[in-house]
Design a protein around this ligand. Structure first.
Ligand code: SF4
Length: 236
């Protein structure tokens, strides 16, 4: 289930180059750099005629997939979102961010060591950003931590950053001119995860992909199925 309480984002990192939100908005002539609340802002707590929540229980809710949950402009709205997530303790919420350094800016008073039903995924595309952002992630009170290496645009060594991490997700870049993903980097990451007993998932191939020194251009519609075909996911 998706919950996009606001939309819009600013490019802030190398991994944003072919951001799917910016690309989609460009086609629709929407200015992605304007951050606006959506009509779905209160979606998790909306009720039907029988006074039941419209969002069914026991689901994973993907939060803010048309923005970055920690973007500055949303500081004014974030606390209310945390309150809704607390009210819906029967749902599991997941948000991703490239702005983990902003995490402590707005937090509810009762956050403590984190809410049981919130997972935070930090996106890192290369070694430099992994070292910077994951050092911060490591220090934060969050109950469930994921690392998202997507788009992976170079080899990444996560060995120093996997303590307390539940899952690493890897994916390539989706764009005709996207940067190359070498399958060796993916396998290497998987080994790092297995060594530390961290679950691993290869979610998406890259449009421009190298395997065993052979180059492949993969159509967008096949990026997910090709990754699945590799069959290298491992869950503990
Ligand atoms: S942070 Fe994410 S949503 Fe924002 S521009 Fe970058 S890739 Fe797009």
């Amino acid at each position: 289930m998706l919950w996009n309480p606001w939309r819009g984002c600013h490019r802030c990192s190398e991994g944003c180059k072919y951001c799917y939100i910016h690309k989609g908005d460009q086609r629709k002539k929407i200015d992605t750099d304007i951050i606006v609340k959506t009509k779905d802002f209160a979606k998790p707590i909306k009720l039907n005629d029988k006074n039941e929540y419209l969002m069914r229980t026991n689901k994973i809710v993907y939060v803010c997939f048309s923005s970055d949950f920690l973007i500055n402009e949303a500081d004014q709205w974030r606390l209310e979102c945390y309150q809704m997530m607390r009210e819906r303790s029967d749902l599991n919420f997941l948000f991703l961010t490239k702005r983990i350094e902003r995490f402590l800016t707005i937090l509810p008073n009762d956050w403590g060591q984190g809410y049981d039903n919130i997972t935070v995924g930090v996106s890192v595309e290369n070694q430099q950003n992994a070292d910077h952002r994951l050092k911060i992630l490591n220090s934060l009170p969050i109950k469930h931590k994921n690392i998202i290496c997507q788009p992976m645009i170079g080899p990444i060594d996560l060995s120093d950053h996997l303590d307390d991490v539940e899952l690493v997700v890897v994916g390539g870049e989706s764009d005709r001119n996207g940067r190359i993903l070498n399958y060796d980097w993916v396998l290497n990451l998987k080994n790092q995860c297995l060594n530390k007993h961290v679950s691993f998932s290869f979610r998406q191939c890259a449009s421009n992909f190298i395997k065993d020194d052979n180059y492949y251009h993969i159509p967008t519609r096949q990026l997910i199925s090709q990754a699945k075909k590799a069959g290298i996911d491992h869950y503990f």
